[in-house]
Design a protein around this ligand. Structure first.
Ligand code: AMP
Ligand code: TRP
Length: 355
């Protein structure tokens, strides 16, 4: 075989409210990619157990993320939408990857360091192995492209390292079974079972920052609700949060270079650009020289315009448990079939006895 079939995979954790960063950095890209590729979008509930093992509302959160996917325009018939725990092969492949990856690789992950804090010895093994499960999510479908926000870049590099080490450690078996695909690694062409997945990161909204502090990313876990716009916020709340967003006293520059050293201004311009589907240059073309007293109301109107219909649709869909659960069940079945096909070969490659 000469190439992997193009396939998009991405995941979102069902922990906390979805915010504008998730929407612009990830979900909007998921929607756009449906036009050009086969896509699998997964609510990664097993990953959520690393944050909090006892989760009173994990099932509701899972439905709510699914509703956000559907409300944003993801088509669960043409593509696949499911929750991770339905397809047990994710955990199975993650175990095999735990035996391929090195502890040192996991220890270097900045997300692990941030989340584990000072008391690393006391972090769960699941939190340390989180990226190995993420690599399994992607490689179980031999996905070639993964749309994510900037914060996931390091995890995707690790996914490639795991794929490469697996391909290398088992190269003889892969050749013997004839299950390899030619892949380009640097200058070299090798025969591998897993692809070198490409991240799809970029655009003006790859890293949306907190509305209260331009040096911190907008996050589900920030204690201040004013720091983020939730996908479920109503129009008044959205306007209030944008009005209160931290800025500096200067007018907006006319060129993108003028945003250097002005993280809060850059963030609001990036948000406008992401919502309007234009570049930062175009935003500054329109608002360069204007004060925030002019720009903020325009941004608030745009945000309400774009987000209110998604929020309303999300509320409607979330309430219909039977529909949402049906989508996940159907998606889980289709994902499970693909996953089992991969795992049969993986079990053969690593030498597990089956059949
Ligand atoms: P999570 O909620 O951590 O599962 O993230 C879901 C997706 O949203 C991932 O692709 C993240 O990279 C993306 N994301 C999260 N926060 C931000 C942010 N502040 N800016 C841009 N993308 C983000
Ligand atoms: N780690 C990702 C996040 O926190 C979520 C995730 C899990 C994911 N598995 C994935 C993203 C596979 C892309 C592909 O945002």
């Amino acid at each position: 075989m000469s190439a992997f079939k193009p396939l998009v995979f991405s995941g979102v954790q069902p922990t906390g409210n979805l915010h504008l960063g998730n929407y612009l950095g990830a979900i909007k890209k998921f929607v756009a990619l449906q036009e050009t590729s086969d896509c699998i979008y997964c609510v990664v509930d097993l990953h959520s157990l690393t944050a909090q093992l006892v989760h009173a509302d994990l099932q509701d959160q899972t439905r709510s993320i699914t509703a956000a996917f559907l409300a944003s325009g993801i088509d669960p018939k043409k593509h696949i939408v499911f929750n991770q725990s339905r397809v047990m092969q994710h955990a199975e492949l993650a175990w095999i990857f735990n035996c391929v990856a090195r502890i040192g690789w996991m220890n270097r992950m900045t997300q692990f360091k941030d989340k584990a804090g000072k008391d690393r010895e006391n972090a769960s093994l699941g939190l340390l192995a989180y990226p190995s499960l993420m690599a399994a999510d992607i490689l179980l479908y031999r996905a070639t492209h993964v749309p994510v926000g900037e914060d996931q870049k390091q995890h995707l590099e690790l996914t490639r390292d795991i794929a490469q080490k697996f391909n290398n450690d088992f190269s003889a078996r892969i050749a013997e079974l004839g299950v390899g695909v030619e892949i380009q690694v640097g200058e070299e062409t090798v025969n591998g079972f897993f692809p070198m997945t490409e991240p799809l990161i970029g655009g003006p909204a790859a890293r949306i920052m907190s509305l209260r502090d331009g040096s911190k990313k907008m996050s589900k876990s920030d204690p201040s609700d004013l720091s983020r716009i939730n996908l479920t916020d109503d129009a008044d709340t959205i306007s209030k949060k944008i009005k209160k967003a931290k800025t500096d006293p200067d007018a907006l520059p006319s060129e993108v270079d003028g945003l250097a050293g002005r993280p809060e201004a850059e963030n609001l311009v990036g948000i406008y650009a992401g919502l309007a589907d234009i570049g930062k240059e175009a935003v500054l073309g329109q608002f360069g020289g204007q004060q925030f007293s002019v720009f903020k109301p325009a941004l608030a109107d745009l945000a309400v315009d774009k987000l209110a219909p998604v929020a309303a649709e999300m509320r409607r869909i979330s309430a219909d448990h039977a529909y949402v659960d049906g989508v996940l069940r159907d998606g889980g079945e289709r994902a499970g079939n693909l996953a089992e096909t991969t795992m049969k070969t993986v079990r053969d490659i690593v030498g597990l006895l089956q059949g």
